[in-house]
Design a protein around this ligand. Structure first.
Ligand SMILES: [Zn+2]
Length: 275
């Protein structure tokens, strides 16, 4: 029996608002920036049918109709944020640690971003949309260079340091890590994320003092993925991290949860855009 998990980072009440019938979440830290817009979506308020009900943003569609619904949902969300849905960059996430910086010459068309789990850009109007159902959505924003990044950090991406790669991608483009603000959205928490010991071991190794961020109970391991990502961001030089306290698997009426649903479910989104 190891010690109880200690939350290394403060978790915050996030802003919940209804827009056009959708329940949407916002990081208080990122809401301070008027040069960008962002949102973390929930499953509530859309048109998609079960088991994807109801605000599924893809990319896990069950039929041509559900794909069409997801495309309409993306369009509706873009409209709420006042951005062009045709310009969304939506990577083909594969649990890698690959982060791609998009400039004006980048090809963001369907299929061009396969095997990418993080995007960064400073192009105005270039929305970045990634999908989640328990994995950790991480947004990074640097007000000094007006650069943003959105990252998909499941356990594999977390263990291989995708958040540090996002910081690195931004630093390569001129950011100073201490200017970067990180927001970590709703994701599966230790209450529901039981893993094999070897997975927990890899996660412990990925963050400094990472063993503090895994709860052990009856020989089972329960890693705190959100805090491990926060720790990695801090190790990369980030000073301010804002974490949602919501667990996706504890709240199946609000969020899609791969673990809670047994795998057949939709995807919520994390969308950011420089405006
Ligand atoms: Zn939970």
């Amino acid at each position: 029996m190891k010690h109880q998990v200690e939350r290394a980072e403060r978790t915050a009440e996030w802003i919940q608002e209804e827009h056009d019938g959708l329940l949407l979440l916002f990081s208080p830290a990122l809401r301070e920036f008027n040069w960008m817009t962002h949102v973390f979506t929930t499953r509530k308020g859309g048109e998609s049918e079960a088991p994807l009900d109801s605000f599924n943003l893809g990319r896990h569609w069950e039929s041509p109709e559900s794909k069409a619904d997801a495309m309409l949902n993306r369009q509706r969300l873009s409209g709420i944020l006042g951005i062009d849905h045709k310009k969304l960059a939506v990577p083909g996430q594969q649990h890698t640690n690959n982060v791609s910086y998009l400039d004006k010459s980048s090809n963001t068309e369907n299929g061009a971003l396969t095997g990418i789990d993080g995007l960064a850009t400073r192009i105005g109007g270039q929305g970045l949309l990634l999908h989640f159902a328990d994995c950790v959505p991480v947004m990074l924003a640097d007000p000094a260079t007006r650069t943003i990044s959105v990252v998909h950090a499941g356990w594999r991406g977390t263990a291989s340091g995708i958040v540090a790669n996002a910081v690195k991608a931004m630093v390569t483009q001129g950011s100073n890590p201490k200017d970067i603000v990180v927001a970590i959205g709703p994701a599966i928490a230790p209450c529901c994320f039981e893993t094999a010991p070897d997975v927990a071991g890899q996660l412990c190794k990925s963050a400094s003092d990472g063993d503090e961020l895994v709860l052990y109970k009856n020989d089972k391991a329960y890693p705190d993925l959100k805090s491990i990502n926060a720790r990695q961001a801090k190790s990369a030089g980030v000073e301010r991290v804002d974490i949602s306290n919501l667990c996706t698997a504890c709240n199946p009426q609000i969020f899609y949860s791969h673990r809670q649903s047994g795998g057949r479910t939709g995807r919520q989104g994390a969308l950011a855009c420089v405006i």
